[in-house]
Design a protein around this ligand. Structure first.
Ligand code: SF4
Length: 81
C-alpha cells in the first residue's frame, strides 16, 4: 500500500474498505454530536494542508482525521481546528 502525504482516506482507492468504515462511523453519530458538513469540510481542509497528515492518519493523535473531524466536540491536537 502506498503512503500519501496530505491524502484523506476518501482520496485513496486502495483504502476503499476503510473509507466505508469512516462513512459508517460518521453516519452513526447522533445529530447533536455531529459536525455539520460545512464544519467537517473546513476541518479537513486544515488537515490536508498539515505536515502531520499521512495517508489519512494524524501523526499527532493517531486518528483517522475523517473520523476525528466528524465529531462536533473533537478538536485538532495542535489547535489548527
Ligand atoms: S488533526 Fe490537526 S494535527 Fe492532525 S492532521 Fe489534522 S490539522 Fe494536522
Amino acid at each position: 500500500m502506498s503512503e500519501c502525504k496530505l491524502c484523506l482516506i476518501r482520496d485513496m482507492a486502495e483504502k476503499a474498505d476503510i473509507y466505508e468504515y469512516v462513512k459508517k462511523t460518521r453516519a452513526m453519530l447522533h445529530a447533536s454530536e455531529k459536525a455539520s458538513d460545512e464544519l467537517y469540510e473546513e476541518r479537513l481542509k486544515h488537515c490536508t494542508g498539515c505536515d502531520s497528515l499521512l495517508s489519512g492518519t494524524c501523526l499527532k493523535c493517531g486518528c483517522y482525521v475523517e473520523i476525528r473531524a466528524a465529531s462536533k466536540a473533537a478538536h485538532c491536537p495542535i489547535s489548527k481546528w
